[in-house]
Design a protein around this ligand. Structure first.
Ligand code: UDX
Ligand code: ADP
Length: 458
C-alpha cells in the first residue's frame, strides 16, 4: 500500500506505544513505525504479550499492527524514511550532578536529537512528546540546526495528557490536544501537519495551538494542579483522623461545588506515577533558576505533603500494631501506583514496603499486573518479601493487610473467610478507602481507614 506520510516514534514506552497505536488505527493512510533501542520491548510489542498493561491496548495494536503500524529496532532507517518524528524517550529525574533529584535527565533525549541529525537527509518535523523542562524545544532546535546538510527541522511540542490505566480512552477522547510551535510561517505549517493527524478523530475545537513554550509549560502546570488537589485533600485527611470528620464526606461536599469539581480529590496513601513528582520537581527547578523562590517553595510543598502522607501511613501501621512488626507477616494488596496498570514508578508501595522491611516485617506483595516491576523495585530484600498473585494465599497467616492500590478485585474478596485465615488481632489499613470499613469491623477486624475514625476492638 502507498502511504501518504511516514510517521516515526522514537521510544516504545507507556507514551509512545499507545499513542502510536491510536494514530495508526485512526489514520490508515499514514505509515506509523515505533522504534526503540530495547530489543526485548520491541519483541513484546510484536507479540500478544505487550510490554505494558493497558485496558483495550492489545485490541488496538492487533487491529493496526502489520497493516500500517510497525514496531522495530531499525532506528536509523526509521529516521531516514520519516516525514514526522515523535520523540517519546524517557526523561527521568536526574540522579547525579547538577540538579540531581530535581531536573530532568536529558541524556536519552539529547542522544536522540543527535541520531536524528546524523540519519536525516531531508527536512522533517520533530515532535516532543516526552515531558520535558520548558525551553527544551529550544535546545533541541539548536542541536538539530547544527547539521551541515542544509535541511530544516521544525520542532513542535505536543505534550501527552494520557493517564495510565485509561490511556486508550484518553487518546480516543481527549479533553484537548495541545500543539505548540514557533510563531513563524514554517512553525505554523508544521503545527498544521500535526493538527491534521489528530483531526482524524478529535473535534477541531479540542485541538489547541499555542506557542512552543506555552505548550511545554502547560503540561507541567496541568500535572502540578492535579497533584496539588491530591496533596490538599491528603493534608485534610490527617486533620480528619484527629477529629470526627470523614474525608470522603468532605470530598463529596467540597467537590459538589461546580467551581471545584469532584475529580482528583480522593484521599490516598499518596500519588505516584512517572509524571507528577517529576513534573513538579521540574517546575520547582525552573522557578528557582529564575530566582522565583517563593513560587518554587509553593509547588515544592505539594511533593512534601505527598511524602508526609506516605510516612504517616507507615508510622500509623507500626504504632497500631503495638509498636513492633518484627517477624509479623503483612500482606500488601496492590503495588502499582494506581489501578489498571502494572506500572510501579514512584508508587507509594515502594516506600511503604521498604519501611516495613526496615522494621523487619515479612512482606507478601499481591498484585498480578505489577508483580514483575515490584520484584525489581524490591531487589535486595530477597527472602523477606514474596510475591503471591492470589489474594487468599497472600493473606493466609498474616497479621495485617495494607491496601496500596485500588484494584477492584480487592473490594470483592470474601473478608469473612479472610478473617478466619489471619493471625489475631487482625488489622486492615486501607490506604485507598475502597473497603466497607463498618462491615470489616463487624467481622472482627481492627480497621484503619484514611481520614476517617479508626474502628478497633480494643
Ligand atoms: C498523570 C496525568 O493525569 C496525565 O494527564 C499525565 O499525562 C501523566 O500523569 P498518571 O500518572 O498516569 O497520569 O495517573 P493519574 O490518574 O493522574 O494518577 C496519579 C496518581 O494520583 C496515582 O497514584 C493515583 O492513585 C493518585 N490519585 C489520583 C489520588 O491519590 N487521588 C485522586 O483523587 C486521583
Ligand atoms: P514514558 O513513560 O515517557 O513513555 P518509558 O520509559 O516507558 O517512558 O519509555 C521510553 C522508551 O524510550 C524506553 O523503551 C527506552 O528504551 C526508549 N529509548 C530511550 N532512549 C532511546 C533512544 N536513543 N532511541 C530509541 N529508544 C530510546
Amino acid at each position: 500500500m502507498n502511504f501518504t506520510k511516514n510517521i516515526l516514534c522514537i521510544g516504545a514506552g507507556y507514551v509512545g506505544g499507545p499513542t502510536m497505536a491510536i494514530i495508526a488505527l485512526k489514520c490508515p493512510e499514514y505509515k506509523v513505525t515505533v522504534v526503540d533501542i530495547n530489543e526485548d520491548r520491541i519483541t513484546s510489542w510484536n507479540s500478544d504479550n505487550l510490554p505494558i498493561y493497558e485496558p483495550g491496548l492489545l485490541q488496538a495494536v492487533q487491529a493496526a499492527r502489520g497493516t500500517n503500524l510497525f514496531f522495530s529496532t531499525a532506528i536509523s532507517e526509521g529516521i531516514r524514511a520519516a516525514d514526522i518524528i515523535f520523540v517519546s524517550v524517557n526523561t527521568p529525574t536526574k540522579t547525579f550532578g547538577l540538579g540531581a533529584g530535581m531536573a530532568s535527565d536529558l541524556q536519552y533525549w539529547e542522544k536522540t536529537a543527535h541520531q536524528i541529525v546524523m540519519h536525516s537527509d531531508q527536512s522533517k518535523i520533530i515532535v516532543e512528546k516526552s515531558t520535558l523542562p520548558v525551553r527544551t524545544a529550544e535546545a533541541m532546535e539548536r542541536i538539530l540546526s547544527e547539521n551541515k546538510k542544509d535541511i530544516h527541522f521544525e520542532v513542535i511540542s505536543n505534550p501527552e495528557f494520557l493517564a495510565e490505566g485509561s490511556a486508550v480512552n484518553d487518546l480516543l477522547e481527549p479533553d484537548r490536544v495541545l500543539i505548540g510551535s514557533q510563531q513563524t510561517e514554517s512553525g505554523r505549517q508544521a503545527a498544521q501537519a500535526i493538527v491534521d493527524i489528530y483531526a482524524h478523530w478529535v473535534p477541531l475545537e479540542k485541538i489547541i495551538t499555542t506557542n512552543l513554550w506555552s505548550a511545554e509549560l502547560s503540561k507541567l502546570v496541568a500535572n502540578a494542579f492535579l497533584a496539588q488537589r491530591i496533596s490538599s485533600i491528603n493534608a485534610i485527611s490527617a486533620l480528619c483522623e484527629k477529629t470526627d470528620a470523614d474525608v470522603a464526606e468532605i470530598s463529596f461536599a467540597v467537590g459538589s461545588d461546580r467551581r471545584i469539581g469532584s475529580r482528583f480529590i480522593s484521599a490516598s496513601i499518596g500519588f505516584g506515577g512517572s509524571c507528577f513528582k517529576k513534573d513538579i520537581l521540574n517546575l520547582v527547578y525552573i522557578c528557582r533558576s529564575y530566582g522565583l523562590n517563593e513560587v518554587a517553595d509553593y509547588w515544592e510543598w505539594v511533593i512534601k505533603m505527598n511524602e508526609y502522607q506516605q510516612e504517616r501511613f507507615v508510622k500509623k501501621m507500626i504504632k497500631e500494631m503495638f509498636n513492633t512488626i518484627v517477624g509479623k507477616k503483612i500482606a500488601l494488596l496492590g503495588f502499582a501506583f494506581k489501578a489498571n496498570t502494572g506500572d510501579t514508578r514512584e508508587s507509594p508501595g515502594i516506600y511503604v514496603a521498604k519501611k516495613l522491611l526496615e522494621e523487619k516485617a515479612d512482606l507478601v506483595i499481591c498484585d498480578l499486573q505489577a508483580q514483575d516491576n515490584a520484584r525489581k523495585d524490591l531487589a535486595g530484600f530477597d527472602g523477606r518479601v514474596c510475591f503471591e498473585p492470589d489474594p487468599y494465599r497472600a493473606i493466609e497467616g498474616a497479621h495485617a493487610i495494607a491496601v496500596i492500590t485500588e484494584w477492584d478485585l480487592f473490594t470483592k474478596l470474601d473478608f469473612k473467610k479472610i478473617f478466619t485465615m489471619m493471625e489475631k488481632p487482625a488489622f486492615i489499613f486501607d490506604g485507598r478507602n475502597i473497603l466497607d470499613h463498618q462491615r470489616l469491623f463487624q467481622i472482627g477486624f481492627n480497621v484503619f481507614p484514611l481520614g476517617k475514625p479508626s474502628l478497633t476492638h480494643f
